[in-house]
Design a protein around this ligand. Structure first.
Ligand code: SF4
Length: 274
């Protein structure tokens, strides 16, 4: 079943990765809007990556909804662990994200001056080549950037960058693999500490095998990490129903074994979530 956030603010919920999390959805409330179409996306399949601004919540609407939610939580004596930009797609493609991120950080500091919750962004990293997005992410205290594959072929199969998507001089025509080197360069050059988030799984889609957990593919992924040097790494497994039906969840033991291997290969901060 497809999972949608039905409002700008959702929760707080208990998130397996972030603790008590108040969600902020910057995207439409009835469908997904993302420049990826990941085979595991809980929001289902998508064919759109460009929004009509009229479909998106405005900066003012987001601020009002956030302030109302934070006041209610404070009145109840609740302090979430994280205010989290997630939702029905990729948050950084909202055209006002450069204003929304600092506004959110300021609201959180005003509400909890002694011990502000994290301001977290869960992002697919496709926008971090834009200086205004990098600056906006600098206002967030926890930035999770996605890399699911060590090769362009596996990247194209898993994340399915949308055809027609444009970013600066780059436009996806029939070759979503060709964006992969640019994505790696942007991750290597990202100037703030961040957490790499990677969903590990196996299966197949459209008759093509998918496996980012073993052999040359896993080794290529580790070598990418060695160049990118994230401050920390989150490995996680499938949790909700996926639009591609032939995907297999890794066991707790397998995820922990992969985390252990990354630690042995020199990464200091690695966590596995299942
Ligand atoms: S990047 Fe996130 S929102 Fe976009 S398709 Fe992938 S899982 Fe879904």
């Amino acid at each position: 079943m497809t999972f949608f956030h039905k409002h700008i603010i959702t929760g707080p919920i208990r998130s397996r990765r972030l603790g008590v999390s108040l969600g902020v959805n910057l995207l439409p409330v009835t469908e997904k809007l993302c420049n990826y179409d990941c085979v595991y996306c809980e929001c289902g399949w998508d064919t759109r990556w460009e929004a009509d601004p009229a479909e998106l919540p405005t900066l003012q609407e987001i601020e009002e909804a956030l302030r109302t939610a934070l006041q209610k939580l404070k009145a109840e004596g609740t302090r979430p662990d994280s205010i989290t930009f997630s939702g029905n797609g990729e948050p950084t493609i909202h055209p006002q994200f450069p204003q929304i991120a600092p506004m959110t950080a300021a609201c959180v500091r005003e509400s909890y001056p002694e011990n502000p919750p994290l301001v977290t962004v869960i992002s697919n990293a496709t926008q971090i080549g834009r200086p205004e997005i990098v600056e906006a992410l600098g206002h967030c205290t926890k930035v999770l950037l996605k890399l699911d594959a060590g090769t362009p072929q596996m990247y194209a199969r898993i994340n399915q960058l949308q055809k027609g998507f444009k970013l600066g001089s780059y436009e996806v025509k029939d070759d979503p693999e060709s964006y992969y080197p640019q994505l790696l360069r942007n991750l290597e050059n990202y100037p703030h500490p961040f957490t790499m988030q990677t969903l590990l799984f196996r299966g197949e889609h459209d008759g093509m095998p998918i496996d980012n957990t073993s052999g040359a593919e896993w080794e290529a992924y580790i070598q990418r990490l060695q160049r990118i040097k994230p401050a920390s790494i989150m490995l996680y497994g499938l949790d909700r129903e996926t639009p591609a039906k032939a995907l297999k969840k890794l066991s707790k033991e397998e995820l922990e074994a992969h985390a252990d291997e990354l630690r042995r290969r020199g990464f200091q901060s690695v966590q596995a979530f299942y």
